[in-house]
Ligand binder design. Structure first.
Ligand code: IMP
Ligand code: MG
Length: 186
């Protein structure tokens, strides 16, 4: 593992959405969620680790409703830029029977991850409702049918990093969303 600092000139090809743009989009998204979930109780927000963490933390501080937080670790990537198609659950599902569940994740790409998670909750537990909120959605056909009810930004089909999104485990802590520098392309 390299020890040098993250260098925006070397690591980030271009910035897609800066901090201010993300924060003002979150204001709007949080207002929508607050209106929709007012009176829907019990309400649990389920974050998909690790990609959804930073988005969830900023989003939920803008949602003044009674809610519980849960998380679930899954992986489908294994360090490459392409989804493997295999979704691995690293833990059992939290028992969210009868809950209104809002799944929060970083990105809808092929859709396999969120499809697998939503299906398992719907089939194995009987939640009151399940909806999906993603920070980003790629403009491309999904490999499986899955729709996010709440979307921060639509983006082109490029590999992005920052604000929770990683490349080989790095860059999640960038405060903005950027396109990975072309030099990283295999
Ligand atoms: P899926 O292809 O929709 O199943 O997405 C699987 C996961 O791949 C997402 O939850 C992200 O963690 C990761 N992913 C997909 N596209 C990107 C990207 O452009 N940058 C970083 N991670 C990505
Ligand atoms: Mg992820």
């Amino acid at each position: 593992m390299e020890t040098r600092d993250v260098d925006p000139n070397r690591d980030v090809g271009s910035i897609l959405h800066d901090e201010a743009a993300i924060q003002s989009r979150l204001d709007v998204l949080a207002r929508e969620i607050t209106e929709d979930y007012r009176g829907r109780s019990p309400f649990t927000v389920l974050t998909i680790l690790h990609g959804g963490m930073i988005f969830m933390a900023d989003l939920l501080r803008r949602v003044p409703l009674p809610l519980q937080m849960e998380s679930l670790q899954v992986s489908s990537y294994h360090g490459e830029k392409e989804s493997s198609g295999q979704v691995t659950f690293h833990q059992n599902l939290p028992d969210l029977r009868d809950q209104h569940i809002l799944i929060v994740d970083d990105i809808l790409d092929t859709g396999r991850t969120l499809h697998a998670i939503r299906s398992r909750f719907e089939e194995e537990l009987q939640p009151a409702s399940v909806r999906i909120c993603v920070l980003l959605q790629k403009r491309k056909p999904r490999a499986v049918e899955v729709t996010a009810e709440y979307v921060g930004f639509e983006i082109d089909d490029e590999f992005v990093i920052g604000y929770g999104l990683d490349f080989q485990g790095r860059y999640r802590n960038l405060p903005y969303i950027g396109v990975l520098h072309a030099d990283h392309t295999p």
